[in-house]
Ligand binder design. Sequence first.
Ligand code: PLP
Length: 383
Amino acid sequence: MRKFNGEAAKAVEAGKKIYHLNIGQPDIRTPAAFYDALKAFDQPVLAYAPSGGVPELLDAVRGYYARIGVTLERAQILPTTGGSEALQMTMATLLDDGDELLVPEPYYPNYHTSVTLAGATVHPITTSPEEGYRYAVRERVEAEITERTRAILISNPGNPTGAVLSADELKLMLDIAKEHDLFIICDEVYREFVYGGEPLMSALQFPGYEDNVIVIDSVSKRFSACGARVGMLISKNRDFMAQAMKWCQCRLCSATVDQVASAALYGLDPSYFDEVREEYKARRDTLMRCLKKIPGVVCQEPKGAFYVMAALPIDDADTFQHWLLSDFDDNGDTVMFACGEPFYSTPGMGKNEVRMAYTINCADLERSMEILAAAIERYNAAH
Ligand SMILES: Cc1ncc(COP(=O)(O)O)c(C=O)c1O
């Protein structure tokens, strides 16, 4: 996602304007409640927070989950430095050398990093745009479970696919995990961003799976507060939480001020999300309408999160992106995407795919798709 940043800087220096669809950095305003809490922070000493998180944040998160019918104790929540650290700690806690983690692909590339750092490997469940990236099929999931499988990791709603599990599909995944004595790590950082009308069910809302479920959560996308670096892992499995706490203690704590300010975010009324969701939905619709007009593009309408994965009628997305920055412009404008290959672990997959983030406004999305259409034509003529 950041690989082409050096080339992008050169393109900007050369006078080009770049439309950034490569990174999931929302442009929605961070709620004022965050900054108000920041300004009101006046402790005489900026001290370490407890390793298990500041009490205000733990209680605010408990309140947020209570609103969706989930009762949590403070000890079942561990605030982390972003969902990224929650992922790293989860992998470091669960996985040993040679273990396998089952993940539907395409998946968020950092999953691969945290699994690899823990000495384990990603075992993909391959999905395709033609099938709407569906994977919650018993035979299909069970066929990939081996002696070394320790856990299943799902992103729901999915980054990069936008796939959303129905309540039945999520329950099936939970059942499979439980029957095979596996952990199921549910990355729900995009929970509020679903566009089908029905709210997304959290894995924590299903009783009977307390020992299996680990939820990864974050303020980054939910509240447009990526720079706060506040995430968390949540689980009712006491052993897991006791081990994960050791990682929390060894890094002392996550940032005190950001945790305090994030507590204010969790206190927001749920109606806050209505407008944000509408905005993302309008962007998704705009992007899909424009993409459908470009000959040869294959993609599925995402049901959640704020990304579209699309196969483009080009040979190689990496070469295309390089060319877009160094050799192409449309009236001085060009575009950036995240190239598809790193979202897969099966060799050769995703070569002509890109992930587009609809975190820019509708007018800019329309312009980006005009540029893309012109670029595909010129690139294919030149190659
Ligand atoms: C699916 C998913 N999980 C976790 C993260 C981590 O985000 P953060 O560390 O900002 O909470 C991201 C960020 O893009 C993501 O897309």
